[in-house]
Design a protein. Sequence first.
Length: 202
Amino acid sequence: MEKKEYDLCWLRFAMIGDRDVREQWIRMGERIAFPGRAPLMETAKLELKQGLFALTGQTPAWTESPDEAGLIVGRRQDDEAIDNAFRAQEWDGLDEEGFMIRPLERNGRRVLVLAGKTDRGVLYGAFRLLMNIAARMRPDVMDLVENPRNGVRMINHWDNMDGSIERGYAGPSFFYRDHQFSWQEERIRDYARLLASTSINA
């Protein structure tokens, strides 16, 4: 990944050292189906592209057809392959920002389905998938259903307009400087990515 002047923390993905695990994810992520369309689905697509390349060295190809994919990503209404991957009770129990990930056999081969009730859930699921891959989890054991415990999940910022931060121990604010907005677009976007990757939504 591109070198930055600040630390991307847990989104600073490194190549998987275990060759067997890496090759499993190369096969699974060689072609990814995104049959649906929504703004945050495009964000999830970009995160998966960047993350999988960093983790495996392979840039995935995209398709709208689940029949061609090793990884299928979307919402229930996007394709019957996504709908059928989970039981009706699981869909009924899924929150608006929840997600599910499941390995299964489809058309004679192993695939992985990542699903959310909304595009927000899909984005949170994409981040979880990448972090599980980074933790060397194999695709055949990645079976989970997750819902947020709280509807509003927020960070309390104590930035002052002069650039100082109350109880700040990691340097000055990158939002404000000298009583002006300090618009560091790339850094703020990466900060938003870090928050979204932990399901912070406010």
